[in-house]
Design a protein around this ligand. Structure first.
Ligand SMILES: CC[C@@H](C(=O)O)C(=O)SCCNC(=O)CCNC(=O)[C@H](O)C(C)(C)COP(=O)(O)OP(=O)(O)OC[C@H]1O[C@@H](n2cnc3c(N)ncnc32)[C@H](O)[C@@H]1OP(=O)(O)O
Ligand code: CO
Length: 133
């Protein structure tokens, strides 16, 4: 893993949470992007070499909608940047982690992504991601 690429935070409303995080971090949200495949709207803040990703559900089938129903707002996942997502998926599977996809999918901010089931990583949902060249 190269670095923590972003920390994902589930929120009910980006229109409430973006101004809150702008005040908290003293920086502007640099991008909002909808990811239809995940039924989420995202908002990003750069913090040093990592990012904060706020996530609002755009449909009832979204993992974020389910998470908000069960646990409420808060930290949802940690994303690690990797150099070769295919090699890292193979390595992690061989180490006994459970991948939630067989092949990487397109995420926000020009990334290929894959999630690992939180049950096998001490209750933490892990995303790995690689820049799309
Ligand atoms: C914007 C795109 C992308 C990016 O580019 O950055 C994103 O970040 S998208 C983020 C949203 N998408 C995802 O989270 C996709 C991956 N997640 C999933 O596939 C599912 O959420 C899940 C992890 C498989 C859970 O789904 P499901 O089994 O249907 O839900 P349950 O509510 O029944 O949960 C089962 C079990 O897992 C616990 N859980 C769920 N979410 C989390 C979480 N974020 N962190 C820790 N634990 C989580 C949940 O509490 C249940 O536990 P038990 O009750 O103990 O069984
Ligand atoms: Co993410």
């Amino acid at each position: 893993m190269l670095r923590v690429e972003h920390i994902g935070i589930a929120v009910k409303s980006l229109s409430d949470s973006v101004p809150l995080f702008e005040k908290l971090l003293n920086t502007s949200c640099y991008k909002q992007e909808e990811v239809d495949s995940e039924q989420v709207m995202t908002a990003f803040f750069q913090q040093g070499e990592t990012k904060i990703e706020l996530l609002e559900a755009t449909g009832p089938g979204s993992a974020i909608a389910k998470f908000l129903d069960k646990k409420g707002e808060g930290m949802h996942h940690i994303a690690f940047e990797v150099a070769d997502i295919y090699a890292e998926m193979k390595r992690l599977q061989e180490e006994g982690f459970v991948l939630l996809q067989e092949t990487p999918k397109k995420g926000a901010d020009n990334k290929l992504i894959c999630f690992l089931h939180p049950k096998h990583s001490n209750g933490v949902l892990i995303e790995i991601c690689q820049d799309i060249k």
